[in-house]
Design a protein around this ligand. Structure first.
Ligand SMILES: Nc1ncnc2c1ncn2[C@@H]1O[C@H](COP(=O)(O)OP(=O)(O)OP(=O)(O)O)[C@@H](O)[C@H]1O
Ligand SMILES: [Mg+2]
Length: 357
């Protein structure tokens, strides 16, 4: 997967810009608020998903413009391809001249992985962020998983409705038996998929994190199931065991919707004990690991977008990023141009007021 050319018109603070990037490392640098992240956002939109900043489509259109136009020439699956996105109130996309039914139809056609500062929440915040990460990563690769996950969530809602009323309606016990049988199957499938993904992801991350820390730190993961510290029960066992408590609390207390993925550095929780640089390295390793799994599954290396990844990292870690992930295309934004000097090869773009200078 490679961007050959990207053109942005009337997009955010960019009036008109054309970039022909290097096939390996590209650095986009400049002062704050000049348009660096906007460029990454423009590339990202071709993945078919909405903005990684959670922006509404119409917010993408540059002030004073009626629409934005984004054009991408890219190489994927050994073919040169062209895609276009027009944003008026909503996004619309074409691929190789054909209008797509929806921009999400770009999914799987142009793969990118983005690290943005908001992704730090996967390390710093509660378990739901880590569940979101792993679920999104699997969904991207296996549409079947998205179906199972939404089935589980639907059953979970039904179960919780039953738990609310069961104390005043004993007839609901039969319904609870039926729903527990079903939810045990789909919930166990969610757990199994996540564990399988984690076991594919782990060796890549161990390798990347080892490189980032010059072999001084070791990263590892644990899939942590609520009410199953020793990791030996099935979801069906857990639901049976917790049933009384669930009825008392009127909510399902255990299951994949409450599980966590513990991230450890040299055996200690990265969330509780990691330094800022270590936490950033972990988040970055997760993203680069995600990219490696996509490559393994699809045979294509996704384009990597790293927004403001350099800050808080020491020179050794920065150099690893600059010079050791160049077998794929990477776009890196930063404020400090000194990183540019340490880069071996690649292209640099200095951005000021939405223009390349
Ligand atoms: N729809 C829009 N129209 C015009 N300008 C916009 C629009 N949306 C955002 N901007 C402006 O774009 C500017 C650049 O934003 P961007 O996030 O790309 O900056 P940046 O170079 O990444 O800065 P930083 O180093 O602080 O992250 C901001 O000043 C913002 O106000
Ligand atoms: Mg930025």
């Amino acid at each position: 997967m490679k961007v050959n050319k990207i053109e942005l018109k009337g997009f955010r603070n960019i009036n008109e810009m054309c970039i022909e990037p290097d096939s390996a490392v590209n650095i986009i640098y400049g002062e704050n608020a000049q348009g660096k992240t906007n460029i990454l956002e423009g590339i990202w939109l071709f993945s078919g998903l909405k903005s990684f900043r959670g922006a509404k489509d119409r917010e993408l259109v540059g002030f004073g413009n009626n629409f934005s136009k984004l054009k991408l020439d890219f190489e994927a699956f050994s073919r040169n391809q062209k895609a276009e996105i027009t944003v008026i109130n909503k996004r619309a996309a074409t691929l190789n001249g054909v209008t797509l039914p929806s921009p999400t139809a770009m999914m799987g056609k142009f793969n990118t992985v983005i690290f943005s500062p908001s992704f730090m929440s996967v390390i710093k915040d509660g378990p739901s962020e880590r569940r979101k990460f792993i679920d999104a990563a699997i969904c991207q690769l296996k549409p079947n998983y998205a179906r199972i996950l939404s089935e589980y969530n639907r059953l979970l809602q039904q179960r919780n409705v039953i738990l609310k009323d069961i104390s005043v309606n004993a007839q609901l016990y039969d319904m609870l038996d039926i729903i527990d049988e079903k939810i045990s199957v789909s919930g166990q499938a969610v757990i199994d998929w996540r564990k399988e993904y984690l076991s594919t992801l782990t060796p890549f991350i161990v390798d990347i994190y080892g490189g980032l820390s010059s072999g001084r730190e070791e990263i590892s993961f644990n899939y942590v199931k609520k009410s199953d510290e020793r990791n030996e029960k099935t979801l069906s066992d857990i639901l049976k065991e917790k049933r009384r408590e669930d009825i008392l609390n009127k909510i399902t207390l255990a299951g994949p919707h409450r599980d966590d993925i513990e991230i450890l550095l040299n055996g200690f929780s990265a969330r509780s004990f990691g330094s800022q640089g270590q936490q950033r390295s972990c988040a970055l390793a997760l993203k680069l690991g995600e990219a490696a799994v996509i490559e393994k599954e699809t045979g294509e290396k996704p384009v990597i977008l790293l927004d403001d990844v350099m800050s808080e990292l020491d020179v050794l870690r920065q150099d690893y990023i600059l010079n050791h992930i160049k077998d794929r295309q990477v776009f890196i934004t930063c404020c400090d141009p000194s990183a540019v000097l340490r880069m071996l090869g690649g292209k640099t773009f200095n951005i000021s007021k939405g223009e390349i200078v």
